[in-house]
Design a protein around this ligand. Sequence first.
Ligand code: FES
Length: 129
Amino acid sequence: MALYSEKVMDHFRNPRNVGVIEDANGIGEVGNAKCGDIMKMYLKIEDEVIQDVKFETFGCGSAIASSSMATELIKGKPVSEAMKLTNQAVAEALDGLPAYKMHCSVLAEEAIQSALDDYQKNKAEKNEK
Ligand code: FES
């Protein structure tokens, strides 16, 4: 059996939503100290809906595939739904990851949570003004 599913290979070779959103209102960056991989997520949220999402990942193939799939899973979704995204859901959508590569999907979950936290923080600050 191949180590990686076709979906993983597809998202690794043709990652969706790569890049930067200049006017993002939620940005999150996370890293894994062990492997040194870094993931950055940009969210453009309007009316509590994720209108656009992009990522930059400096990391392994599974991290790139996980970020790509994670962006696909939350694009167009309400913030409340995106907050529930788990690494298991990302890995499942990729038709699985090898056990020792599950942490790559955790990075995607954390990057999105971090960007959502940033969005909530920005919103709170705006409301205070
Ligand atoms: Fe660390 Fe993939 S090896 S994110």
